[in-house]
Design a protein around this ligand. Structure first.
Ligand code: GLU
Length: 511
């Protein structure tokens, strides 16, 4: 590539950033980094009616959490500032007016009632999709139908108007999509889109194209939902005489629900998370749990999202961000929708937790503990719990949820396991072993393990018979890390107490 790659993520601050938007940002980031290009954050907030307080901050915080950084943007500045479209309002009008001068756009004065009447008329005439277009514009109030001096007078009088693109009647619009190949659209399928609204604000189409041009964007990588707008954008580039520097287009496949039935929604059942960080929707007052708060590591979410629509063409699944930058290419992005797989993201998370340094996990686990009011444990103690549990957890809160016995006493035992283990024979073995454990001066996993093994050997009892009983007494559950390791960590006093308590409970006559 000869030109410096410049790509942008251009969200509208209309709510929390959905996971699909995060994927779009990620692919742009990977593409920019791969080619040593620039990555720009542009906030497309021209539709003031849809503006949501806090959305921009949420977008920035989410991407920062994931390690997706920008070279230019609302929060970091840059040579093309401002990067918020509402602050660029004055830029767009001149382009809309230049299109009028060249005969590619026109003023339209139709009131909302007149537009409604037009739609009703067309519906009555059985027109499938009533539109303001090359045919209907001729019977509307615009600078193509009204005398020139009336147009001038209306504008001078401050009458509200919009500027519409004059889409040709019969033209084939071809655009090359880097993922889909040639896309051909007939111009009669496109209506005369509004470019400048009556409040003076540009619409998405005008602002998007003008800014991509001014910000020297080389590649537009965005969701498939924007593909229908792309032919219109091609027309705009052509009419503005920018076709030579028109960016390349790549429309990413949709993210589908796990069963492939439709697009992934904001709210999904089955524990599917669709937001990077927890989000409170101020409009609907709904709360969404985020990946961060649910105890996912950003590296795992990145790896998972990278595969939602892209694949490296090999069996390798674990990719650090650096690996992704190296391997990423638009050619390996699929055309068809990518199914969201809730189990897969959990799998990635467990893999990443396992390979993450305990000291890096420590603050996250401490935070999860304090949220559950579990306090009073040293960093060293928690670190050892992390070491023991690391390859058994899926999310950070599991360092508590699957490991409560490291932090607190209990008197409930796994019922099925108790039925199996709390029999007279096992109880009697542990009654015999208990004094030996009590007598130990050295309390570490090796010594505890040796005492149990020696006992099993001398008494000709299988270790696999008595050890599960010990696990139940020490943890209350049927699975977990090595029992002697757990006992070494919780200490002699607690270990002995738990055994004594279980033996007592299990030998009490049941009423
Ligand atoms: N503002 C659009 C959005 O919210 C940007 C689409 C594009 O990237 O062109 O997704």
């Amino acid at each position: 590539m000869n030109k410096k790659v410049r790509v942008r993520f251009a969200p509208s601050p209309t709510g929390g950033l959905h996971i699909g938007g995060v994927r779009t940002a990620l692919y742009n980031y990977l593409f920019a980094k791969k080619y040593g290009g620039d990555f720009i954050l542009r906030i497309e907030d021209t539709d003031q009616t849809r503006f949501v307080e806090g959305a921009e901050e949420y977008i920035i915080e989410s991407l920062a959490w994931l390690g997706i950084t920008f070279d230019e943007g609302t929060h970091v500045g840059g040579p093309h500032a401002p990067y918020r479209q509402s602050e660029r309002k004055n830029i767009y009008r001149q382009y809309a007016e230049s299109l009028i001068e060249k005969g590619y756009a026109y003023y339209a004065f139709d009131t909302p009632e007149e537009l409604e009447q037009m739609r009703e008329r067309l519906k009555a005439a059985k027109v499938a999709s009533p539109q303001y277009n090359s045919i209907t514009r001729n019977s509307m109030k615009n600078s193509l139908t009204l005398p020139a001096d009336e147009v001038k007078a209306r504008i001078a009088n401050g009458e509200p108007y919009v500027i519409r693109l004059k889409v040709p009647r019969k033209e084939e619009i071809r655009l090359y999509d880097e993922i889909r190949g040639w896309v051909v659209v007939q111009s009669h399928q496109i209506d005369d889109k509004v470019l400048l609204k009556s409040d003076g604000m540009p619409t998405y189409h005008l602002a998007n194209v003008v800014d991509d041009y001014l910000m020297k964007i080389t590649h537009v990588i965005r969701g498939e939902e924007w593909l229908p707008s792309a032919p219109l954008h091609v027309l705009l580039y052509r009419y503005l005489d920018w076709e030579e520097v028109m960016p390349k287009f790549a429309h990413l496949p949709l993210i589908l629900r796990p069963d492939g039935n439709g697009k992934l929604k904001k709210r999904e059942s089955g524990g599917i998370l669709t937001f990077p960080l927890s989000w409170h929707d101020p409009i609907t007052n709904e709360d969404y749990l985020g990946y961060r708060e649910a105890g996912f590591l950003p590296e795992a979410v990145i790896n998972f999202l990278a595969f939602l629509g892209w694949n490296p063409g090999t069996d390798q699944e674990i990719f650090s961000i650096q690996d992704l930058i190296q391997s990423f290419s638009l050619e390996r992005i699929g055309k068809s929708g990518a199914r969201f797989d809730a189990e897969k993201v959990k799998w990635f998370n467990s893999v990443y937790i396992r390979s993450t340094d305990t000291q890096k996990l420590l603050p996250l686990v401490k935070n999860a503990l304090s949220q559950r009011n579990v306090t009073g444990f040293s960093d060293e103690y928690i670190s050892r719990v992390i070491d023991l549990m690391k390859d058994r957890v899926v999310t950070i809160p599991d360092f508590y949820g699957l490991a409560t016995y490291f932090y607190q006493e209990f008197d409930q035992y796994d019922e099925a396991m108790k039925q199996k283990q709390a029999n007279a024979e096992n109880i009697q073995h542990w009654q015999a072993l208990l004094p030996q454990l009590k007598n130990l001066n050295i309390w570490d996993a090796t010594t505890i393990d040796r005492i149990i093994h020696d006992y099993a050997e001398i008494n000709k009892v299988k270790i696999g018979k008595i050890l599960p009983t010990l696990r139940l007494m020490i943890t209350g559950v049927s699975f977990g890390p090595s029992v002697p390791e757990i006992m070494a960590l919780i200490g002699k006093e607690k270990s002995i107490q738990r055994i004594e308590k279980a033996l007592l409970l299990w030998t009490q006559p049941t009423g």
